[in-house]
Design a protein around this ligand. Sequence first.
Ligand SMILES: Nc1nc2c(ncn2[C@@H]2O[C@H](COP(=O)(O)OP(=O)(O)OP(=O)(O)O)[C@@H](O)[C@H]2O)c(=O)[nH]1
Ligand SMILES: [Zn+2]
Length: 393
Amino acid sequence: MLPGMNSVEAEEEYAEDCPELIPIETNNQEEENLDIIIKIPVTIITGYLGAGKTTLLNYILTEQHNRKIAVILNEFGEGSAVEKSLSISQGGELYEEWLELRNGCLCCSVKDSGLRAIENLMQKKGKFDYILLETTGLADPGAVASMFWVDAELGSDIYLDGIITVVDSKYGLKHLTEEKPDGLVNEATRQVALADMILINKTDLVSEEELNKLRTTIRSINGLGKVLETQRSRVHLSNILDLHAYDILSGISLQKKLQHVPTAPHLDQSIITVTFEVPGSAKEESLNVFIQNLLWEKNVLNKDGHCMEVIRLKGLVSIKGKPQQMIVQGIHELYDLEESLVNWKEDAERTSQLVFIGKNLDKDILKQLFITAVAETEEQRTAPGKDQVCPSH
Ligand SMILES: Nc1nc2c(ncn2[C@@H]2O[C@H](COP(=O)(O)OP(=O)(O)OP(=O)(O)O)[C@@H](O)[C@H]2O)c(=O)[nH]1
Ligand SMILES: [Zn+2]
């Protein structure tokens, strides 16, 4: 979904530069599930400058796998000489030339919103099975992720599988604690906050004590993503591919994960993870208002009067009248509420569990707001009073 738009408006907005979409008619659930399987996953590989992203890509490409993987290097400018030699983008558009790699993999580069170009390319070159996209070290993966996510809603063949963030053991802590003069969240922290999998790489360069500090910091920023430690970015492919972090298949693993989200130790950290569970069922409309106030209106304040800024949101919620457990996913200003494949048990108590990753978050206030949304009345649904609205909005 697009910020501030309903899905009809969003589709109209996209209709102009979009080829005519032919709806696939599905007769039963089985075919719909099949439809998910044949879409091509995209994994975004991000991480600060020099963390080991290219090392990871090279490792994946040389590992044994029976897939035709396309590697896309997004936006150039910095990067190694090897990467530059692979740079074949021209004038902001994808230049249609591919480097064929030994094991049937492909490599190309895309600038900015090259999504349409990737789709065109797939039409011409035949589909590949998997896309790996390396962002530059200073990129905000949220912007790239949003692009794929929006497109999936509009019927693309590509879907966002997950975000992998590579962190440099030696310089990671420095990058994560760096303060930006304008008070904004630094890039390294944003990358960790949005990760579904975090690779703490180059562990050969640090002591156990240094590693511990970095682990704790990473955990306090992102309590939801999985963390692995690596050397030369070597990690079993099953840990980084097919995570299904953004689709309904994530429902089952999400339930397990939600039980283990650690409470963040109180570090002086601009971004933290908070989580809560509330019994009962929410009205869908009230839940939408709750999320939209947070992500779009940004008018929810913490105790100090600062606006809460949510950059990742995930949860399993109970909606009145829905037999299925619902999955809520949010990244930046986009969010989605989908039926999971799991039904609530008839006799079990229904609950909603949510995880937020972001800045200025206050768990108690968020939880209270959510409870209000669950036990909604007409008056409570109206927008917050003027004094609650952030000055910047
Ligand atoms: N000691 C050590 N060096 C590593 C490790 N992993 C990668 N490197 C080295 O770190 C340097 C940077 O690695 P890259 O994979 O190019 O990092 P990157 O994130 O792609 O860098 P940019 O694209 O420039 O942002 C290279 O010289 C790698 O050989 C590791 O585990 N230990
Ligand atoms: Zn690189």
